[in-house]
Design a protein around this ligand. Sequence first.
Ligand SMILES: O=C(O)/C=C(\CC(=O)C(=O)O)C(=O)O
Length: 303
Amino acid sequence: MTVGQGERIKSWHHAPSRPRYTPPPGAVDAHCHVFGPMAAFPFSAKAKYLPQDAGPEALFALRDHLGFTRNVIVQASCHGTDNAATLDAIRRSDGRARGVAVVDPAISREELVALHEGGMRAVRFNFLKRLVDDAPKDRFLDLAKRLADGWHVVIYFEADILAELRPFIDAIPVPVVIDHMGRPDVRQGPDGADMVAFRRLLDSRDDIWFKATCPDRLDPHGSPWDDFAGAVAPLVADYEDRVLWGTDWPHPNMQDAIPDDGHLVDMIPRIAPTAMLQRKMLIDNPMRLYWADEAVGGEAPGK
Ligand SMILES: O=C(O)/C=C(\CC(=O)C(=O)O)C(=O)O
């Protein structure tokens, strides 16, 4: 697809329900995106989808509606390596958002410093062929070696390439966060081949984290996403200090199965049934990665 052609798609719920589950004060939605607004922040010429505007106002309204305090905004592939829309959203958040950037691996040290000052704390390496044209492992690795203390790498891949990616991941010298657990087939259950391979990765280092996100993407049986809950709850319990959670709003490419964000929040007690697990997943763990400069938990700045 070439951006500028075709209809702009809408992949998010027009009126998400209010969740029955109430997140603890200080909870972080650690995986979400902004789209545009396009008039101010045009999409990349290489974008594989052309969404309607889903800017910071809508994101922060959803945050409040769902009972969250902070956001980690992940640069979406439709904006390529121009992080202006994500930086603008962070700037407007009153200190309540931080970000994950997507950059040209040749980025200069000065540009990385500017991203840090803008609230970025990680770079994302996307290996999904339907989203990006190329993912040069050698150049990604060179960049990972140049990241400042306190930064990490976020990797997005599907389960069928985990084995092939292992030498690359093993060589990354900073902490690693895996998006959507590397997209396991949750129908295999908690002891299926995909989860076993993913646990082997987690066991290989103690600085690999993961997002227990996207029942809507990973569970083909749909809401209430029972297969997702069954496969993911044991992982959360066994790796409680390394798990993050997020809505994934505005759910890029999910226009044919748009999830109700209130229902997504109601998955939290099903995968993290105790108050302690919820606190770790929603506050302590994301705070350590994204707000290491602040005391863990508590009120957000500007509140
Ligand atoms: O929102 C996600 O994490 C997943 C995406 C979109 C994405 O990552 C991107 O556009 O950068 C997907 O599977 O289409």
